[in-house]
Structure formats: C-alpha cells, structure tokens
Write a protein that binds this ligand. Structure first.
Ligand SMILES: C[S@@+](CC[C@H](N)C(=O)[O-])C[C@H]1O[C@@H](n2cnc3c(N)ncnc32)[C@H](O)[C@@H]1O
Ligand SMILES: O=C(O)C(=O)C[C@]1(C(=O)O)C=C[C@H](O)C=C1
Length: 236
C-alpha cells in the first residue's frame, strides 16, 4: 500500500518519483471504479475508431489506459502517451516493453505540444490539473486536433454547486478512502497537498467548456459521487 502521505508533507502534490513508483496502487485506492473507467474508456474508443486510428492519451501516467487499448482491441492503433513527469513515463515504458506493446511517449507539458491530428483523445483525471485560466483554451486545442467524427473521452473529479450536497459527496469520497485503508492523517495531508493544484469544475462547467470549444454530442457516461467520465464528439 502506498505510504506517500503517512509522513508530514513539506510541499504541494507532485507527480514525482515517490508518487510514480506507487502510482498504480494509489490510483486504484484513490479513484472510485478506476479499473471500470479504464475499461469503459477503451471499449468506447475501440467501438468508435477504425484500424490504424491515431489515439493520444494526455496525462497517460504509467500507461494503464494505453496498455488496456493494446490488450483489448483486435485492431491495431497508433498509440501516443503524453505526460510531463519523467518518473511516470519511465514506468510506462517499462510496462509497455514488458507487454510487447507499441506505444510512443512524449515527455512535455501538454499545453505546449502540437497534438497533430487524432481520431480519439483521452484525458482521464488530467484537465483538473490545468490552470483554470488555460483550461478552456487547451480544450479548444483538443477540439482542433480531432479529425471530423473524432472522439474525446475524459474523466474528472467534480464539485457540486449545492454546498450541502458537495460536502456530502466529499464525505462519501473520504469514506471510500478509509475503506481503501487510508488513515485520517493521510487523507488530510493529501487534501492539503492537492489544494490549488487539483481544481475541479462542476459537471455543468465541464460540459459548457466542451460546448464552447465546438463539441456537439457531450454526455456523462459514468458517475460516482464526485467523479465523472464524459464523452464528446466532434461533428462530421
Ligand atoms: C491523475 S494523473 C492521470 C492518470 C491517468 N490518466 C490514468 O488514468 O491512469 C495526472 C497525470 O497528468 C500529468 N500532468 C499534469 N499536468 C500536466 C501537463 N501540464 N502536461 C503533461 N502532463 C501533465 C501528471 O504528470 C500525471 O501523470
Ligand atoms: O486523492 C484524491 O483526492 C484524488 O483526487 C485522486 C487523484 C485524482 O483524482 O486525480 C489525485 C491525485 C493522484 O494521486 C491520483 C488521483
């Protein structure tokens, strides 16, 4: 079990070496239905795109979703993972090598990368780390990078407009963390470390941002409390 927040923290949350080595465990214990979301993301994309499709995973971390795409599909895709954390990409490369998958990785701040033209773009639990001032522009860049009929699948931690409902959902989420073995101290420390680093929007704000970027169909395809997965299509 990851022990990242068992000691007093000295800095804001970072995707560094200490986090990367325990990250798969941290993800499964910190994101409700993480494995199901990876599966849903892959199945949705595999259904939608054709053989030879160009697919990019923004904030791919240790490449769980790219590997699932490689394992699940009988079609072959051009898979690209972008992340700015070197420690994450080192693990991603090791895993991809072990599974004999063909995946290209780029280590860069994704807001500065030319995304080229893609048939599907994935961004699971990633937009929430892009500064609000840059986020809408970045989503517009994602829209521009998609080919006609392209698909954008993304997941986010979300907040609720109603204060009482918001608090209840956060409490429910902390219960989930306790059930996963995290202590009160670890929960409090991580909350503090993520303050002003992870900035969640409401479900409506996310959808409005997508609509403003030009996406037509925008749907929530999974939701558990304060976590949601969305799909958005670019018009033909
Ligand atoms: C919560 S993790 C994403 C989890 C991953 N998508 C998955 O489903 O397993 C967020 C990732 O985004 C990366 N990241 C955050 N901001 C970034 C940026 N501006 N450019 C590139 N990567 C970024 C972090 O390094 C981290 O690996
Ligand atoms: O632990 C939390 O509070 C989270 O929000 C989980 C979350 C995320 O949603 O991106 C935050 C940081 C990473 O450890 C992985 C997942």
């Amino acid at each position: 079990m990851d022990k990242v927040f068992t000691k007093p923290i000295t800095k804001q949350f970072e995707f560094d070496e200490d986090v990367a080595v325990v990250f798969d465990d941290m993800l499964e214990r910190s994101i409700p239905f993480y494995k199901e979301v990876v599966d849903l993301t892959c199945k949705t994309i595999c259904h939608h795109v054709k053989e030879g499709a160009q697919i990019v995973d923004l904030g791919c971390s240790t490449a769980n979703t790219l590997l699932a795409l490689h394992k699940q599909s009988d079609k072959s895709y051009h898979l690209l993972g972008i992340d700015n954390a070197e420690a994450m990409l080192n693990l991603a490369r090791q895993k991809v090598h072990a599974y004999g998958a063909s995946v290209e990785f780029v280590q860069a701040d994704m807001t500065h990368v030319d995304l080229g033209s893609k048939d599907a773009i994935i961004a699971n639990y990633m937009l929430q780390f892009i500064r609000p001032l840059q986020r809408a522009d970045f989503v517009a860049k994602i829209y521009q990078a998609l080919n006609p009929n392209g698909l954008f699948v993304f997941s986010e931690k979300i907040v609720f407009e109603d204060k009482e409902l918001n608090k209840q959902m956060i409490d429910l989420y902390y219960d989930f963390k306790r059930q996963q073995g995290y202590s009160e101290f670890e929960i409090a420390q991580k909350r503090e470390a993520l303050e002003n680093v992870l900035i969640p929007y409401t479900e409506e704000e996310n959808k409005a941002m997508l609509k403003n970027a030009g996406f037509s169909t925008i749907e929530t395809i999974f939701k558990w409390g304060n976590f949601a997965t969305f799909i958005a299509k670019k018009k033909v």
